[in-house]
Design a protein around this ligand. Structure first.
Ligand code: ATP
Length: 608
């Protein structure tokens, strides 16, 4: 039985490792020394959670509550705690440093800490901050300094270990007999289950890769990673790759996976460690309605969008009723599409930012009337009793036809089959003149490969003169205090980078300081300051001469426009952006920036 003291001591050791390979190997060795259940819990902890993202397991402990708990436990005033925060950069560190004198008590088992943390999650509703306060205070008063440090970090969801899901997949694969093959299976299993803790427990438990795959099936009700798209510079090139492509409008909204299923389906999840804490309540957001058809919506980040778009849920419920009537023994139906704001008065699409105001979780009903949304459905990935991941798109589109005109908010994306590049270009121009960003070409034979970017789905966007044809998503890695005009905000330029999948590292690509208004600077500083760290993480490569005044944990993703991509001897990506301009913040995982591979492609495209 492993204690939480052993786990947190191990986390602390990881903090002192700067080589990514060493980190991976140490993590692999450690995980395999645990039981499968302990391995799952430890893996969730590393991600700063108790369960995968699609499970609503938020602590909802406010910073204020943490401050009050520390005030009580450390006998300090609120002002002192805030000052210490400046000094130590992190509430976990404050706890550890100021309780060093504490007499070491015997540590609780890992599983017990996991339960106690769930108690904090489960306190909801009126007066819950007080309950959370009491639970946390009790927990911390009985733990050692290093345990407390990591409990606080888990509760804040920020472990600052520099370990991504990819590192975890590497760590569990490297210890097997056939690491390369194991790595592919790990990736696939994660793509299908979206549950990193479960995947790591499977690897600890089984040495047989077939059996791991067998236990990693697509479960309706649980999101899978969305299929991604590549880009091409000319339509001619697209036709070289796909001789008879489908062509669809590219909507600028929010990717959304819609699951319609019967309750029983989720019972197959009872082997997950987090399940028992969620099944008794509404964490999985099962409704209690008598009709037993459930609808859940997920974003590309695998987070729930169910409460954000009630009208889409209603629409799919109606679709579900029609389908289950037709297929009474069906298990589920899962669709993929893009949610887009639509103004019924003007009959026009609303800008993406309006749709995103729904992100503010409150006042959803009000937002629903202000900015009604529709979903343009373009794919089906589970139908009746079968997952369709290995079924060609042509077949999937035939099935999709069956939901046409069931509900006015559930619209099928028009799919054209232009015979020549010229016809395809005309269609593209028509869509652009309607105000859309561009089109997506798809191979009718393409399979639904979760999380992968292949040339069987290709986007083609309208190119802006003298600018790159596409924007670039980057993640903030640090900022400089700045001089002159902006010095008063304490931030003058932001060092940003991209994610390199191959190396599992963040590499710098440019500094941004233009295209940002005064209001935006204030907002950016506030957002970025939440991710301040005091050491450079092992998965971030910042050249010495670019070292920013404030280092940031890679978390905040921004969309940039730029004129050009150039080779760079300075930036660790090997490329730089010319005249980068800030466009907006993006609600994306930091590993979903434009990849190094894409940057390379965009660079060579512009040289051709
Ligand atoms: P990425 O990181 O993949 O570049 P992005 O959010 O910047 O993501 P684009 O690459 O520009 O988006 O385009 C891909 C996205 O376009 C999809 O993830 C999806 O949300 C959206 N989309 C809009 N219309 C369609 C369509 N008809 N088919 C597929 N995806 C579509």
């Amino acid at each position: 039985m492993t204690t939480f003291l052993e786990i947190s001591t191990f986390f602390e050791q990881l903090e002192n490792i700067s080589s990514r390979l060493e980190l991976r190997d140490k993590l692999g060795n450690f995980l395999y020394s645990l039981t499968p259940t302990e391995g799952a819990i430890t893996t969730y902890f590393i991600t700063g959670r108790l369960a995968p993202k699609f499970v609503d397991a938020e602590f909802a402990v406010s910073e204020k509550t943490i401050i009050h708990v520390l005030e009580d436990l450390l006998a300090k005033s609120e002002t002192e705690i805030k000052r210490l925060k400046q000094e130590y950069n992190d509430y976990g560190n404050i706890f550890k440093e100021l309780t060093q004198h504490k007499i070491q008590k015997s540590s609780l088992p890992l599983a017990t800490i996991y339960e106690k943390l769930w108690d904090i999650v489960k306190a909801t509703g009126k007066g819950s901050q007080k309950i959370k306060f009491d639970l946390l205070k009790n927990l911390l008063s009985s733990t050692s300094p290093v345990e407390g440090k990591f409990i606080i970090r888990i509760i804040l969801g920020r472990m600052r270990l520099g370990i991504s899901e990819r590192t975890i997949l590497d760590a569990i694969s490297i210890k097997t007999d056939a690491p390369k093959q194991a790595r592919q299976i790990a990736e696939k299993a994660f793509g299908l289950t979206s549950d990193i803790g479960y995947v790591s427990s499977l690897f600890i438990q089984n040495s047989d890769l077939d059996s791991i795959m067998h236990k990693s099936q697509f479960t309706p009700g649980i999101p899978i990673a969305a299929k991604l798209v590549e880009r091409e510079k000319t339509i001619k090139n697209v036709f070289k790759r796909i001789p008879t492509p489908y062509e669809e409008p590219k909507y600028d909204g929010l990717r959304c996976q819609a699951h319609i299923y019967k309750t029983e389906e989720l019972k197959s999840l009872s082997n997950r460690i987090w399940y028992k804490y969620t099944s008794s309540r509404e964490t999985l957001r099962l409704s209690n309605s008598a009709d037993s058809i459930h609808v859940k919506l997920f974003s590309r980040n695998l987070e729930s969008l169910t409460s954000m778009f009630p009208e889409i849920v209603r629409g799919f419920k109606q679709v579900g009723q029609a389908l289950f009537q037709r297929y009474p023994n069906a298990k589920a139906f899962v669709f993929d599409g893009e949610v887009v704001g639509f103004n019924p008065n003007t009959n026009e699409f609303s800008p993406f930012t309006d749709t995103m105001t729904r992100r503010r979780k409150y006042n959803v009903d009000e937002a629903a009337t202000e900015t009604p949304v529709k979903i343009f459905t373009f794919d089906v990935i589970f139908w009746d009793k079968t997952a369709l991941l290995d079924t060609p798109l042509r077949k999937r589109k035939e099935l999709l036809e069956k939901i046409r005109d069931i509900h006015p908010d559930i619209i099928l994306t028009p799919t054209h089959t232009p015979q020549t590049p010229k016809k395809a270009e005309q269609l593209f121009l028509d869509y652009v003149s309607e105000g859309l960003e561009g089109v997506i070409f798809k191979d009718p034979n393409s399979l639904y490969t979760p999380g992968l970017r292949r040339f069987d789905w290709i986007k083609f966007k309208r190119a802006m003169k003298k600018e790159l044809a596409d924007t670039i998503d980057v993640v903030a890695l640090g900022y400089y205090y700045g001089t002159g005009k902006w010095a008063k905000f304490g931030i003058g330029a932001i060092l940003v980078g991209i994610y390199d999948e191959k190396k599992d590292r963040y590499l710098t690509i440019t500094k941004v300081g233009t295209g940002i208004t005064e209001e935006q600077w204030k907002m950016l500083k506030k957002t970025l300051d939440q991710y301040k760290i005091s050491r450079q993480l092992p998965n971030v490569e910042i050249p010495k001469q670019l070292m920013p005044d404030v280092l940031l944990e890679p978390a905040v993703v921004m969309e940039l426009e730029a004129d050009e991509i150039t080779k760079s001897p300075t930036h660790s990506a090997g490329f730089a952006l010319r005249f980068p301009r800030f466009k907006r913040l993006r609600d994306k995982d930091p590993t979903q920036t434009t990849s190094l591979h894409e940057i390379q492609e965009m660079f060579s495209e512009t040289r051709n």
